[in-house]
Design a binder for this molecule. Structure first.
Ligand SMILES: C[S@@+](CC[C@H](N)C(=O)[O-])C[C@H]1O[C@@H](n2cnc3c(N)ncnc32)[C@H](O)[C@@H]1O
Length: 207
């Protein structure tokens, strides 16, 4: 993946766009994803503005994100600047790594997966939630037309066409999660689909 989005340009609208793209279901999907967490500590990877704050209230959460402007708006108390590919934490630091709507933006997911494994304690959970394309070719075409139209209109209206085009393209950066995600060193991996046309996936890895 060579293209890069400068999230700093769109940080103010980011949560709104996420809600539009997920048809308002993002909160309920995060809630469902959080049900898979164990223990007490969570690393919210690619935390952004802290959209998962309400769902992670009962955990000791550390937010990590590479984008300074996103972190300035982030509502978590513990905030650290960093990339998924090079996490600034000791080995076996967290009971869980929670990662929502980030993975398709990560340039080197193999490296990031190794880092997630490293910072998780044995038995820990990596809970990964993201958008992709529907599996069914007809629904995939409808999804492409819908996301193309919505994101390009928002890009034009907010004068950030490049960033919104990146978001549109990011849905196709990686193959379907069932093909792309692998257990690697983890002992277990479960993937399920959610949402209209099944364009959202939830993957739960166990270390
Ligand atoms: C769509 S936001 C997701 C925010 C939040 N997790 C949520 O549930 O809405 C994507 C976030 O991923 C971050 N991001 C992009 N590349 C990243 C990377 N390589 N490592 C960690 N975070 C990254 C961006 O800065 C941005 O804040």
């Amino acid at each position: 993946m060579t293209e890069k989005a400068n999230f700093s340009n769109i940080y103010k609208f980011y949560d709104l766009i996420n809600t539009v793209l997920t048809l308002g279901f993002d909160k309920s999907w995060r809630k469902k994803a959080v049900n898979n967490l164990i223990g007490t500590s969570v690393l919210d990877l690619g935390s952004g503005t802290g959209a998962a704050f309400d769902q992670l209230l009962n955990f000791e959460t550390t937010a990590v994100d590479p984008d300074k402007k996103m972190l300035e708006l982030n509502t978590f108390e513990n905030k650290v600047q960093g990339f998924a590919e090079d996490l600034p934490f000791e080995d076996n630091s967290f009971d869980n790594v929670f990662c929502s709507f980030v993975w398709r933006n990560v340039s080197d997911t193999n490296k990031a997966l190794h880092e997630v494994y490293r910072v998780l304690r044995p038995g820990g959970k990596f809970v990964l939630l993201d958008m992709t394309r529907p599996k069914n070719p007809f629904l995939r075409m409808l999804h492409k037309i819908g996301t193309f139209t919505v994101l390009h209109i928002i890009g034009l209206v907010t004068l950030n066409l490049k960033e919104y085009r990146f978001l549109y393209n990011s849905l196709d950066f990686y193959p379907q999660p069932e093909e792309h995600l692998n257990k690697d060193n983890f002992i277990d991996l479960k993937i399920e689909r959610m949402g209209l046309f099944n364009f959202v996936y939830l993957a739960v890895f166990t270390k």
